[in-house]
Design a protein around this ligand. Sequence first.
Ligand code: ZN
Length: 333
Amino acid sequence: MTLPWLTGTWQQLNRARLQQRLPHALLFSGPEGIGKQMLAQQLAGSLLCEHPDEDGQVCGQCRPCGWLRAGTHPDLLLLQPQEEGKAIKVDQIRELCTKLTMTSHGGRYKVTIIWPANAMNVNAANSLLKTLEEPTNGTLLVLVTSAPGRLPATILSRCQQIQFALPAEVLATAWLQEQGMDGAQAERCLRLSRGAVLHAPALLEQGALEWHDQCLAQLGRLYAGDILPSQLAKEWMGDKERQVLAWWQVWVQDIIRWKQAGKQPLDSQTARNLQHLAETVDCRQLFDFSGRISNALDSLGSGLNQQLVLEDLLISWSRLAIRGRRKMLATGN
Ligand SMILES: [Zn+2]
């Protein structure tokens, strides 16, 4: 089944398939966690199944469908980094290009999905160019990425780009409710995953809602001077810091929206926690702070001492608080 927010894109792709005008290379670009990769798999299925229906859905009965289910279809290649977070190497692309010159096993298409395509290093990308320039018949390459800007222009210009947007909130929350969440959970999880709807169920399973509220409350305690930056940095370190930083970014942006447009954060728990900040910290400082969180997120895994980075941010945050309290005193609030 097609994810509801991808129906339009799917129909467009399926029409191209039926009219036999699919290009040799597609680039699926857009935010993470919304189903680009799933749609690439779905397209592969419709090209490899022996009896897909009008809508391009696989029959589920034929031999290729069995291989697809087992993940062993010889004409569907999924190219990913050999280690998570690492580059796709030139050897992997060379091997792929050799495979693509051979005839297909099933007598149909040969489909390759490269995901994430921006993980190709320069040599790998260059090596792929030749295949993109002289494609063999019946091959389809689908490059999937959330960062098309990191791909060389030579690659981009040889792919037909399909852009994906974040799903409409109403579709995403309805879908999450179909997966078993209640309305409030769906709304909060969607917001915390920043629209990456497919990542939202995992947040609920991992107890992330409670943890989110706890982190936000801790930030409030830091602001009130009840906890030291170094204590909090220690607590947030480990496997948590990426998530906490991402949330912190959301909170800061929430406060900015609150101050600029009067839009209170959707859920009341978050609003209560952020209210005193919205009243005392000014927007320029918040924009500046938001930029610093982005830098900290970019620096994760770069070898910088993460605890120091985190502590530094927390110290700045508590200074904002001191300035904020002075301002409140000065204005007599
Ligand atoms: Zn089938």
